[in-house]
Design a binder for this molecule. Structure first.
Ligand code: MG
Length: 325
C-alpha cells in the first residue's frame, strides 16, 4: 500500500514514529521539504501539533492539498503525536481525551469467514469486485456464508472497490436484501460524490460507506455537501493524521454522520476511535489463516474474541521492527 515510516527526533531526546502513505514520492516530500521547515518549531502541546499541521499544509499547497503530500503530512503528524505522548508519558488516546475507551469491537476484512467465526469475530467485510454477471451470484453466496457462520446479529459488509455503477448497485441491493448487509463500501469513485448522494437514498436501509481516498476536512466538506455517505472512512495514515482525523470527526458530528476509520484497528486509527466519537468499530485487515504477515509494528495490540484493547504504553505504543526498514 506504499506506506512510509516517519521518524522525528526532538532536542529533549524523544523519538516519535509515524506511519504515512505515498511511497517514495512521499519520502521525498518528508525529507526534501517538510523536515527542512519543521526544524526549530516547538512541540509542547496538542495545539503546537495543530499549528505545525496548518503550516505544512499551507507550505505544500502548490503541489499538495490531496494525495501524496497529505499522505506524507499524515506520517509527520503521527510522529509528532507519538513524540508528545512519549514526553508526557501518556498514550495518544489519553493525551486527546482522558476518559478514552479502552476496548473496541473489531470487524475482520478478508475472505476467510470460518477462521473469523472461530476466533470470535462478529463482523466481517468481504472484498468483492464486479467482474460481470456472475458477480451477483458470488456476492450472494459469500455474504450468505458469512451470515450463517457469524450469526443473525453479526454485521456483514461488502467492499467493492469502485467496481460498481449505479445500475449494479441497485441490482446488488435487491439480490442481497435477504442477507441484511450493513454497508456497501466504495461503490463508485471518490469523484462521483453527487451520484453517490442520490444512490445512497435508494439503497437504504443498507448504508453507503466510503472516504478512504479522501483527504483532510476540506475534502470531507465536499462529501458532507453532497451527503454522499452514511459512514465516513478516513484513513488516518493518509487523510492527514490525527489532526485531520479530529477535524473530520468534528464535522461528522455536526453532520450526524458515523465515522469508521479505514484500517481503524491499527494503532493510528485505534487511538482516534478510543479518544473520539468515532463508532466503536475497528477494522482489521486479517487476510487468511494461512497467510504469513510481516509484523512491522512491534507492540501492536492483537484482537481477542472480536475485540481489541489499546495499551497504556506512551505514544501509539509501537516501535517499528528495524530489520524490516
Ligand atoms: Mg475499502
Amino acid at each position: 500500500m506504499w506506506q512510509i515510516v516517519v521518524r522525528v527526533e526532538t532536542d529533549t531526546g524523544q523519538t516519535g514514529w509515524g506511519f504515512g502513505g505515498g511511497g517514495k514520492a512521499a519520502v521525498e516530500i518528508v525529507n526534501g521539504h517538510f523536515s527542512e521547515i519543521l526544524v526549530g518549531r516547538p512541540l509542547n502541546s496538542l495545539s503546537d501539533i495543530s499549528e505545525i499541521w496548518d503550516y505544512l499544509y499551507t507550505e505544500s499547497i502548490p503541489y499538495g492539498r490531496k494525495g501524496i503530500a497529505i499522505m506524507a503530512l499524515s506520517g509527520i503528524d503521527l510522529s509528532l503525536y507519538d513524540a508528545l505522548g512519549k514526553a508526557e508519558k501518556k498514550p495518544v488516546a489519553k493525551l486527546l481525551n482522558p476518559v478514552n475507551k479502552q476496548i473496541m469491537r473489531c470487524y475482520a476484512t478478508g475472505v476467510d469467514t470460518d477462521w473469523y467465526a472461530e476466533t470470535g469475530f462478529t463482523a466481517q467485510k468481504i472484498p468483492h469486485r464486479w467482474t460481470g454477471k456472475d458477480s451477483i451470484e458470488t456476492a450472494v453466496s459469500c455474504t450468505e456464508a458469512a451470515r450463517s457462520a457469524l450469526g443473525s446479529e453479526a454485521e456483514v459488509m461488502l467492499d467493492v472497490y469502485m467496481s460498481w455503477d449505479a445500475d449494479v448497485t441497485i441490482q446488488m441491493n435487491t439480490a442481497l436484501q435477504h442477507v441484511g448487509i450493513h454497508w456497501f463500501e466504495d461503490v463508485l469513485t471518490p469523484d462521483d460524490l453527487t451520484e453517490l448522494g442520490k444512490l445512497r437514498e435508494q439503497i437504504h436501509p443498507v448504508n453507503m460507506a466510503g472516504g478512504e481516498h479522501e483527504f483532510t476536512d476540506r475534502g470531507f466538506a465536499e462529501i458532507s455537501k453532497n451527503q454522499s455517505y452514511d459512514i465516513w472512512q478516513p484513513d488516518i495514515t493518509w487523510c492527514g493524521g490525527i489532526t485531520a482525523g479530529l477535524r473530520i470527526v468534528e464535522m461528522a458530528i455536526q453532520d450526524k454522520t458515523a465515522v469508521v476509520p479505514h484500517r481503524g484497528g491499527e494503532p493510528w486509527g485505534l487511538h482516534l476511535i478510543a479518544a473520539s466519537q468515532c463508532e466503536d468499530f475497528a477494522e482489521l485487515v486479517m487476510g487468511t489463516r494461512s497467510l504469513k504477515k510481516d509484523n512491522l509494528w512491534i507492540g501492536s495490540p492483537e484482537p481477542e474474541n472480536g475485540y481489541i484493547q489499546i495499551t497504556d504504553t506512551p505514544g501509539f505504543g509501537v516501535e517499528p521492527d528495524t530489520n524490516l526498514l
